[in-house]
Design a binder for this molecule. Structure first.
Ligand code: S3P
Length: 448
């Protein structure tokens, strides 16, 4: 949905202490992939725990536009009747992916090797984001793209009628690019090979294997080499979506900085390609434990327990860890403001091309709330003020970015004066129950 409603200003007042159990919604990355692969299988895929955030709902609508049947039972189970690899129909209308880079980029990949044409658009944030990183490799398969200047949406893609398999080294650490190439490779004959120098989230590879595709990953001197054999018949699956570690980050970080807090966040997927934030917080001295560690559906899972941690220290976050916590830097920068000493974050150029320029958005809001931040093209440093030491009191711009809005609302739970965001509306893209869940733990977030 590109039509974003009127802004929803929100204000977060200091909380007396957060207590209780935080049941965060399903994983956004896995939810998109479950719908798309379900649409490419032959028969009915059932999905439980799907994230019902706007980003994922937009992907569900898109799958219908390409010919899949997508429905939801009253008990919350989603059912996708897939059309098979190569079976996408040409959509009659423009595909509107709203705020979702993952949605649009994965769907472009999935349709790029079918002889159909589709036009994609999104909201003001998505229409600013770079798409050449996707259309460049899709052109190697034989797909053609015409978009706005700089490879921006709206954009029309005509899929390759006679696709050829490709061998592609991903030039930026991006699971979206890797996944778009793999999804395009599904309908190309022969083997498509994707090479990534830095490991990024591997949900597409895991799920493709689950649907019966022939896919291998090899660690070599040039990086991870992923080989997919094209034109499989994907078998429908029953998918249980684990809870999202990127959403868990908000109650966890809120508890660490808010005096008197003790919060349990159950059933969080700790796939190593996603769990970098929690490792970093523990290195900073956070009182964050993994309870009940287990395996579910081939993924490591644990209950996270976070308690107020007044003695956290700033650290240098290893750049090699960036991909495994790329969406968590905004909320990490909030925790860093309450630690002692500097937190140094390098090798994070990708933060500048997310739903917003996340370094700019966070640095500006942190400074307005009394925190010193230095930044450069691919780095930033937050000077911690220690527990209880952050003044607050400012209104922050969320720039149509859910994670910026949630990060500043978390900050307000522990600042001396309340922190406001100009628009909390985008939170609904990934974490529609954020206000209710945080309120249930004892946060004081008000609208208006
Ligand atoms: C995602 C990949 C990441 C991440 C995004 C979700 C995915 O983007 O920031 O929120 O599901 O593949 P990049 O691929 O651009 O790093």
């Amino acid at each position: 949905m590109s039509g974003h409603g009127s802004p929803i200003p929100m204000i977060s007042h200091r909380a007396a202490g957060l207590q209780g159990i935080a049941e965060v919604p399903g994983d956004k990355s896995i939810s998109h992939r479950a719908l798309i692969l379900g649409a490419l299988a032959v028969g009915e895929t059932a999905i439980t725990g799907l994230l019902e955030g706007q980003d994922v709902l937009d992907t569900a609508s898109a799958m219908r536009a390409f010919g899949a049947e997508v429905g939801r039972d009253d008990d919350g189970t989603w059912r996708v009747h897939g059309v098979g690899v190569g079976g996408f129909a040409e959509p009659e209308q423009v595909i509107d992916c709203g705020n979702s880079g993952t949605g649009v980029r994965l769907i472009m990949g999935a349709m790029a090797t079918s002889p159909i044409t589709a036009t994609f658009t999104g909201d003001a944030s998505l229409n600013k984001r770079p798409m050449a990183r996707i259309t460049d490799p899709l052109a190697l398969f034989g797909a053609q793209a015409v978009g706005r200047a700089g490879g921006r949406l709206p954009m029309t893609i005509t899929g390759a009628a006679d696709p050829v398999p490709v061998r592609y080294t991903v030039p930026v650490p991006s699971a979206q690019v890797k996944s778009a190439v793999l999804l395009a490779g599904l309908n190309a004959p022969g083997q498509t090979v994707v090479i990534e120098e830095e490991a990024t989230r591997d949900h597409t590879e895991r799920m493709l294997a689950g649907f019966g595709a022939e896919i291998t990953t090899e660690e070599t001197g040039e990086g991870r080499v992923i080989t997919l054999t094209g034109q499989p018949e994907l078998e429908p699956q029953s998918i249980v979506v684990p809870r999202d570690p990127s959403s868990a980050a908000f109650p966890v970080c809120a508890a660490l900085i808010t005096e008197g807090s003790d919060v349990l966040v159950p059933n969080i997927g700790l796939n190593p390609t996603r769990a970098g934030l929690f490792t970093t917080l523990r290195e900073m001295g956070a009182d964050l434990s993994y309870e009940n560690e287990r395996e579910e559906g081939g993924e490591p899972v644990a209950d996270l327990r976070a308690r107020f941690s007044p003695d956290m220290k700033g650290i240098e976050v290893p750049p090699a860890r960036a991909a495994s916590m790329i969406d968590e830097y905004p909320v990490l920068s909030v925790v860093a403001a309450f630690a002692q000493g500097a937190t140094v974050m390098r090798g994070v150029k990708e933060l500048r091309v997310k739903e917003s320029d996340r370094i700019e958005a966070m640095a500006t809001g942190l400074r307005a709330n009394g925190v010193s931040v230095e930044d450069g093209p691919d780095w930033w440093i937050v000077e911690g003020r220690g527990a209880g030491g952050v003044p607050g009191g400012a209104i922050c711009a969320s720039h149509l970015d859910h994670r910026i809005a949630m990060s500043f609302l978390v900050m307000g739970m522990a600042t001396n004066k309340p922190v406001s965001v100009d628009d909390g509306g985008p939170i609904a893209t990934s974490f529609p129950i954020f206000e209710a869940l945080m309120g249930g733990l004892g946060a004081d977030i008000r609208r208006g």
